[in-house]
Each structure stands twice: as C-alpha cells, then as structure tokens.
Design a protein around this ligand. Structure first.
Ligand SMILES: CCCCCCCCCCCCCCCCCCCC(=O)SCCNC(=O)CCNC(=O)[C@H](O)C(C)(C)COP(=O)(O)OP(=O)(O)OC[C@H]1O[C@@H](n2cnc3c(N)ncnc32)[C@H](O)[C@@H]1OP(=O)(O)O
Ligand SMILES: Cc1cc2nc3c(=O)[nH]c(=O)nc-3n(C[C@H](O)[C@H](O)[C@H](O)COP(=O)(O)OP(=O)(O)OC[C@H]3O[C@@H](n4cnc5c(N)ncnc54)[C@H](O)[C@@H]3O)c2cc1C
Length: 655
C-alpha cells in the first residue's frame, strides 16, 4: 500500500535532510548510518518479528517471546553489530526486544557495569567474559521489600566466617527480602547482591557480592535461596522482577567485589577511596536515563505527530475539507515543546554518558574527585527528565484522542515503562534532594567567600542579575533561567538556614525546607538542559539542520520561560511576558512545516514503535480495523461468557 498523501506532503514541506538531522541527534553520521544498517538487517530476519501483537499477549507469553528472540539474537549478535559498541548494542536490543523488558536488560545495564566498576582484575578475569558472552545471566539485587531509598537501612547481611573464609548471607526478616530486581524472578542464575558486610560483629554497611542463585545446569534455585517473581506491574511486564531470600547461604570470600573495598583472609577490612564508590552502578544507569527517556518521549511523539498529520477533524477557513488536527494551535502547543524537550534530553544524555565514561577512567586511576559533581548532576537530571517525559507522553496520548487510549496506539505502554523511571534508580523527590544538598553547599561556599572554588555548573549562583533583552535570543532566556534558579536556590537555602538557626535540628530544618529545595533543584536542572541544548545547536555545521534546530530551540526557550513564570516575576515585566508568549506562538507556526520531518529524524522503526497510529506510511484506518479484528476476542462471534452467563440472565429476565 502506498504512503498516505498527507504524510507525503508533510515530508515534502520539510526544509532539511532527515539523515543529516539523525546524525546530529545520534552524535555522528557514522552511528546514525549504523543504526539504519542494523534496522535494515533486522527487518530481513523473520524470526525477529513479534509472533503476534505483544499487547494481546499474557505475561508468560511476553516473557517467552522475549526469550525466543534473545535465543535467535545470540545467532546473529556478532554479524549485526560491533559488540564492543554499547550504543549499537542498545539499538539492537531496542529494535528486537522493544521496551517491555526482557531477561537480559539488567544483565547489560547493571550486572556487567557493576562487574566492570566494582570487581578486581582477578574477579573480572573470572566472571566478566562469561557475563559478556552470556554464559551466565545476572541481575542487580539491592532493593528490599522494606527499603529501596535508604540504603543504610538494608537488612540483608553477609557475615564473614573467619574459620572457613566465607561470607554467610542471611535475610533475617520478611522486609529484608530483595524485592524488585529485574530478571531475578525467573531468568538470572547469578546476581550482584548488596548486603551489609559484617566482620567480628562490626557492620561496615552495604557492599556488593557476586552470588550464584541457580544451578547452571538445571536452573533450579540452590539450597538456601528462596527466589521468585513479584507479579504483574503497571508496565514492563516482559521483565521478571523478582524476590530473593537467603538462609545461611555461604559464598567464598573471593565473591565480595573487591576493586575498592577489600576483606583479607584474616578478616581485616580495607576501606574504599570514597565512601559512596559502591553506588557507581546506580550513577551509570542514571547517566543513561536522559538518553533513554528522551527516546521514550521521542517514540510517543513520532506516533502523535504522524497521526495528527493524517487525522482530519473540523474546519478552519477552508470549509471544503476538514483540517489536519496538527494545524490547530492547541495541538502544536501540546506537542512541539515536547519535541524540543526530546531533542534536548538526548543531547544531555550523550553528555552525561560521556561524563560517566570519563569518571570511570578517573576512578580506576584513583581519582574520585568528580564523583560528587556527577552524582548531583545525574540525580537532578534523571528526576526532571523522567517527570517531563511522563508529562509529554501523556499529552501525546491525549493528542491522539480516542485512538490514543487504544493499545493500538501503544502510547500507554510507552508511558507505563517510561514513568517507572520516576521511581527506579532513586525516587525522584529523593534524588532532587540529593542535588539540593550540593546546591546548598555551593551557596554556603559563596557565603564563606569561596565563590572562586565553585564548579562551572554552579558558578552562576554567585553572579548578580543583569538587564534582560529578550530580542537577543536564546542566551538571554538562559539568563532568565539563571535568575530563577539562583533566586530559588538562595531562598530555599536561606529558609533552611533560618530554621536551623532558630534551634531546629538539621534534619527537621531540612525537611521543612524540602519542597522549596526540590524546586531549586528542578530549576537548576532545567537550566542545565537549556544550556546544553543551546551549546549543542551552536556547534552544528549543517546550516539547514542548524536553522531548524534554532527554530526548535526558540520553541524550547520561550515555552520553558513561560512555564516558570512564577519564578521570574521580579525580573520580567508583564509586557516582557506577553512578548515571550507571542514569540512562542510564532515559533510554533515556524516549526509546523518541519514537524513530521523532526520526528521522522529520530528514525525509530515501525517494528520498534509497534503503533498502528504511528506507522511511517500513515495508513492508519485500514490497519486499525485489521488490528481490532486480530483481537483474541474476535476469534469467535459468540463468546463462552455470553452463552454461560449473559444468555441465561437475559432468558431469565424474559420470564
Ligand atoms: C552492551 C550494552 C547493551 C546494553 C543493553 C541494555 C538493554 C536494556 C534496555 C532496557 C532498559 C531497562 C531499563 C530498566 C532499568 C531499571 C533499572 C532499575 C534498577 C534499580 O532501580 S537499582 C536500585 C536503585 N536504587 C537507588 O537508586 C537507591 C536510591 N538511594 C540512594 O542512592 C542513596 O541511598 C541516597 C538516597 C543517595 C542516600 O544515601 P546515603 O548513603 O544514605 O547517603 P547520604 O544521604 O547520607 O549522603 C551522604 C553523601 O554521599 C553522597 N552520595 C550519595 N550517593 C552518591 C553517589 N552515587 N556518588 C557520590 N556521592 C554520593 C551524598 O551526596 C552525600 O554527600 P554530602 O557531601 O552531601 O554529605
Ligand atoms: C520498574 C522497576 C525496576 C526496578 N529494578 C530494580 C532492580 O533491578 N534492582 C533493584 O535493586 N531495585 C530495583 N527497583 C527498585 C527501585 O530502585 C526502588 O523502588 C526505588 O529506588 C525507590 O525506593 P522505594 O521503593 O524504597 O521507595 P520509598 O523510599 O519507599 O518511596 C516512597 C515515598 O517516600 C518518599 N521518601 C522516601 N525517602 C525520603 C526522604 N529521605 N525524603 C523525602 N521523601 C522520601 C519518596 O519520595 C516516595 O514519595 C526497581 C523498581 C522499579 C519500579
């Protein structure tokens, strides 16, 4: 079937090459090209296709389907990608497995990275190759039923038995059961387990241990291990998140991951170079989240924007034909700022992934000085990005009207998976408060006359306000954001200090200032996102691509400043606010002809999107009907439930 002419026309109105834009989005022409090649190669392998639509499958079927594809993938892995390239691997996983989770997701995202960051050279020699070759499947078991946030209260223990030189693992209570780890339930046979290290009755706090859970031949749980699946979730049901308990389960001393902290055979403890070095796997995942969430948001927008260009409803001036709903200003206001955010998140993602990779090298060389900065940055970024991604996806769903609510759109599944990011890798409020600690410390440095020692990301906190001339473009908007973030950070810090100085405990003062503190963290992070977007656009060479991204940046800066209006009342007059509002409306119109090309540029395949509404060819209606007919409920005209219950009920009512 040929492409829907409405989409053909939209594509013809684009002012730039989508391949050139993809090169900017994905950081290089080479990688953008590799993505296309991988997608093309996968499309020719029939076993990678869903055996039937995932949305009609039960959990068991979803997990089985994911395992089937992983088994097929193992035959093609080396021929499809450069296995040393994490981004290529991720693209392959996304294309083949989609986003509903699978037994190797945590193996790749946390188990292997933990071995790389936490295992000594000898331990890597023993386990890393096996993990990378997928001879074993691992997970990351930290969260317990009773505690996920407050790691100092974890209850699982690893007690050193000096006589046998083993650790004895125990789960002393119900609440100490590990709860949530992905792939733990049914798939993983090994795990990195975070447990309190106890030597001679002294608790040294949470440490990582390499623990075998299941027999490598029979896959049966080993004696002393209780393990299983925690049941269905809001989404992500292709993953078997699990529970895990230990009863006097012994592992050799050499199974504590000992790159940083160490326990010698005589039970001596050697401290790590930084107290939080064991938290690196979390920082690794957080540093990826802006990219991953940006792609979730992008997926929902591809669907909503393409659909809005083929959906016609109502009239504007021309009464001879209904308009594309994408021509309504409200629809543009709903979708275009999110397109800008998706671009910005991906640009930030590349930046934080690079920063993590650098930090990993620094830490391996004994330099831990960058840990606090990256922890603060990624804590704020994961919180803001996951929240705004959730908002954007939900708006995309509503922008598709009734069909958006159908699983045929697939947006609800994208939403369910993405929104999990607000919780996993540190609950958002908690992580905003982690960043707030860093911001408060920065203010205290300024108060103590140490402004010069501030890092580049917080230097603006020490600056004075300057006049704003909004006609001058994005950098002026950045100043508006700096003003808002600076003002809020000072206000929140002063509130905290005042409460503390009034005699309140540090903890209570912090608690009573915490809403204001989280607001400061959000503004600081949104400033970082805007500034990264501006810098990125500034570095683009292709003039056509740059021109469109400047238009998109204008959508971003005007929308973001309008969105934080309450924080800039002291800086901007109501005339200036009106000016910005009008600039936003103008920029929505400017971007309109490029809307479809901007989402096409994400180059997310139909196979990955799984959306009838978001099909690249725009042939929505005939495929919607086909999809509905394939619903299992339509296998027969008369359901057994009708025969069994409704008919007798109706017959009875006739009497
Ligand atoms: C080839 C590769 C292919 C890859 C393919 C992959 C395909 C799959 C794709 C599918 C995607 C799948 C996505 C799903 C993934 C889901 C993963 C979810 C996993 C998890 O959720 S794991 C569990 C995560 N848990 C958490 O995040 C817990 C949150 N809590 C904490 O982090 C800490 O407890 C907290 C809140 C930071 C507090 O810690 P605490 O020890 O109590 O510390 P204090 O509050 O007292 O702070 C002390 C001091 O330490 C500083 N600090 C804290 N953390 C860090 C850190 N990480 N680094 C540096 N510094 C840190 C903190 O700032 C304080 O400093 P001060 O100077 O202020 O004292
Ligand atoms: C899809 C998914 C996958 C996961 N995968 C894994 C995995 O592979 N491995 C693993 O170990 N874990 C995993 N988890 C667990 C996850 O990391 C935790 O659920 C998360 O860190 C939040 O912790 P919690 O559940 O204890 O929340 P809680 O801390 O109980 O949060 C409840 C509420 O309390 C508030 N709160 C808590 N502490 C504070 C505070 N100090 N100040 C202010 N407010 C506070 C929170 O903001 C929140 O509103 C996963 C979770 C999900 C949803």
């Amino acid at each position: 079937m040929s492409e829907n002419p409405d989409l053909t026309n939209e594509r013809a109105s684009g002012t730039f090459e989508t391949n050139a834009m993809a090169a900017v989005i994905y950081g290089s022409e080479k990688f953008a090209q590799r993505r296309r090649e991988i997608t093309e190669a996968i499309s020719k392998i029939p076993e990678f296709q869903d055996s039937h639509p995932l949305v009609f499958m039960s959990r068991e079927e979803k997990i089985s389907e994911a395992c089937r594809k992983l088994a097929v993938l193992s035959n093609y892995w080396n021929s499809l990608i450069d296995t040393s390239d994490e981004e290529e691997a991720l693209h392959l996983y996304r294309e083949v497995l989609g986003l509903e989770g699978h037994p190797l997701a945590l193996h790749e995202t946390m188990f292997i990275p933990s071995l790389i960051a936490q295992a000594s050279d000898e331990q890597q020699e023993k386990w890393l190759g096996r993990a990378q070759r997928r001879e074993i499947i691992g997970c990351y078991a930290q969260t317990e039923m009773g505690h996920g946030t407050n790691l100092r209260a974890l209850e699982t223990t690893a007690t050193f038995d000096i006589s046998t030189r083993e650790f004895i693992l125990n789960s002393p209570t119900i609440t100490s059961l590990k709860w949530w780890p992905g792939a733990l339930g049914k798939s993983a046979n090994w795990s990195i387990v975070i447990a309190n290290l106890i030597i001679k009755e002294h608790n040294y706090g949470p440490h990582p241990f390499m623990v075998q859970l299941r027999d490598e031949k029979s896959h049966e749980p080993l004696p002393g291990i209780t393990v299983g699946d925690i049941g269905p979730k809001m989404a992500f049901n292709g993953a078997d998140n699990g529970f895990l308990g230990f009863k006097n389960y012994r592992i050799p001393r050499e199974n504590m991951l000992m790159r940083h902290s160490k326990v010698t055979s005589d039970g001596s403890y050697i401290k790590p170079p930084h107290a939080k070095i064991g938290y690196s796997s979390m920082v690794k995942v957080r540093s990826r989240m802006a990219m991953d969430q940006g792609l979730f948001l992008a997926s929902a927008l591809v669907i909503a924007v393409r659909y809005s260009a083929v959906r016609r409803q109502g009239y504007l001036e021309d009464k001879s034909r209904e308009v594309k709903v994408l021509d309504y200003q409200t629809q543009q206001h709903r979708l275009f700022p999110s397109i800008a955010r998706a671009y910005a998140f991906i640009f930030c993602g590349f930046e934080t992934i690079r920063l993590y990779d650098q930090l990993l090298i620094d830490v391996q060389n004994g330099n831990t000085s960058g840990m606090a900065d990256l922890h603060a940055l990624t804590s704020g970024l994961k919180s803001v990005v996951t929240y705004q991604t959730g908002e954007g996806i939900e708006q995309a769903r509503m922008a598709c009207g009734g069909h958006g609510y159908s699983m045929a759109s697939y947006i609800s599944e994208i939403y369910g998976v993405a929104i999990g990011g607000c919780t996993y890798e540190g609950e958002n409020m908690v992580m905003l408060l982690q960043l707030a600690r860093y911001l408060v410390k920065s203010i205290e440095m300024i108060q103590n006359g140490k402004s010069r020692e501030l890092g580049p990301m917080v230097a603006y906190l020490a600056e004075n306000e300057s006049e704003i001339d909004l006609n001058l473009g994005p950098n002026e908007y950045l100043k508006v954001f700096e003003y808002a973030a600076r003002n809020q950070t000072w206000r929140a810090t002063e509130k905290f200090q005042k409460l503390r100085n009034s005699g309140m405990s540090n903890e209570e003062a912090w608690n009573q200032a915490s809403v204001e503190l989280t607001r400061a963290s959000r503004l600081h992070t949104r400033l970082y996102i805007m500034s990264t977007f501006i810098n990125h656009v500034g570095s683009i060479v292709d003039q056509k691509v740059k021109g469109v991204l400047i238009d998109l940046l204008n959508v971003h800066v005007t929308y973001e400043v309008m969105d934080i209006g309450i924080y800039v009342q002291g800086l901007l007059s109501s005339n200036q606010m009106d000016l910005i509002r009008n600039q936003l409306y103008v920029s929505l119109e400017t971007i309109r002809p490029n809307a479809v090309s901007l989402v096409d540029s994400f180059q997310i395949s139909d196979m990955q999107l799984r959306s009838v509404l978001g099909r690249r060819d725009g042939n929505v209606y005939e495929n919607l009907f086909k999809w509905a007919k394939s619903s299992p409920l339509n296998k027969t005209d008369v359901l057994p439930s009708v025969t069994q219950y409704l008919k007798p009920m109706m017959e009875k009512s006739k009497l």
